[in-house]
Design a protein around this ligand. Structure first.
Ligand code: NAP
Length: 306
């Protein structure tokens, strides 16, 4: 065995980076494994974060950079590699990666979540040609054009408001007649003149030639359909936990979230879970960061008594 870490943190979003900061300050021998070179997780695609105390209005990318810089200042060790499996059958746990096995006394899983797809005709075909999951990344391509956002959560509403600043017209299509998004975002949405909400409706097909030209919108009330001419389709229908490589010995819900309370302890001693991949009521940057701190506290306690 080359090295034995006290803790390996898998993932470098707000949960993983906060865990890195706490683990470095606790002087634990720590390794953070990230799949992509850019740290920050989902927030790097967030245009504006308006509810993190003290950093009002910060751009998500800048926030990710700040979190990473903080961990770097504490000399945290990062490795960009893909995790394939983890073996937690003995006290020395093994993280199996595309570059070989790494050994550790404890693990914090902070793998986050990813975009859910609609699974409708045209969605894959027009990916990057009018279909997008990131308004912040692709919105600028639709200046003075007509765009549609699908979904009714925080992301969908934030995306619609963001797109309205550059698109000629934005449709927000939601399958119910009530939004899930925070009320403050809803107020902003309803007062934006060039946004029109289409309630009780789903998108069933995306059409185009070189680029998207139109979509089929279906009423969830009477099943009627109509064609809507649009240039861009932004899909914001929630997220799926990134827990596929986590073995089933670590308990998950039916929706594949890893089960743990606020102490971030999974059913396996020495294995902790932090951030969006954990079962929790509120998935926000601040709750992910809070998990990172709690997970390290639990890991420290485990290391002290194991
Ligand atoms: P979300 O809150 O799960 O909302 C997903 C939306 O998509 C819901 O309105 C849902 O409809 C709809 N939907 C799901 N599947 C669908 C389908 N197949 N067809 C049509 N519509 C579908 O997801 P999110 O907006 O991506 O947000 C993810 C998490 O990040 C949330 O916890 C959110 O609060 C958090 N977030 C936080 C911030 C922040 O801290 N500032 C910013 C953005 C997001 P129903 O309502 O009918 O279920």
């Amino acid at each position: 065995m080359d090295q034995l870490y006290d803790v390996i943190i898998i993932g470098s979003g707000p949960a993983g980076l906060t865990a890195a900061i706490y683990a470095q300050r606790a002087r634990l021998k720590t390794l953070i494994i990230e799949k992509e070179y850019a740290s920050g997780g989902q927030i790097i695609n967030t245009y504006e974060v308006d509810n993190y105390p003290g950093l009002q209005g910060i751009n998500g990318y800048d926030m990710g950079v700040k979190f990473k810089e903080h961990a770097d200042q504490l000399e945290a060790e990062f490795k960009t590699v893909e995790v394939l499996d983890i073996d937690t059958s003995s006290d020395v746990k093994v993280v199996k990666t595309t570059e070989g096995d790494i050994h550790t006394k404890s693990i914090i899983i902070a793998t986050g979540a990813r975009y859910r797809k609609l699974g409708i005709p045209g969605e894959e075909e027009f990916g990057g040609r009018g279909v997008s999951y990131c308004a912040t990344c692709d919105g600028a391509f639709f200046r003075d054009r007509t765009t549609v956002v699908v979904g009714g959560g925080d992301v969908a509403v934030e995306d619609a408001i963001f797109l309205a600043r550059m698109s000629k017209k934005v449709y927000l299509i939601h399958r119910r007649d009530e939004l899930r998004a925070q009320k403050i975002l809803q107020e902003k949405l309803f007062e934006t003149e060039n946004i029109e909400c289409i309630w009780n409706s789903t998108v069933t097909e995306i059409h185009g030639d070189q680029q998207v030209t139109d979509i089929i919108v279906k009423s969830t009330v009477d099943g009627s359909t109509r064609k809507l001419d649009v240039d861009g389709v932004f899909i914001a229908v929630g997220v799926i936990p990134n827990s596929e490589v986590i073995p089933d010995t670590i308990k998950k819900t039916e929706s594949k979230y890893i089960i743990a309370n606020e102490d971030c302890k999974t059913n396996i001693p020495g294995v902790f879970v932090a951030g969006d991949v954990r079962t929790k009521a509120l998935r926000q940057i601040i709750t992910a960061a809070s998990d990172g701190a709690n997970a390290v506290t639990s890991a420290q306690e485990y290391l002290m008594f194991s």
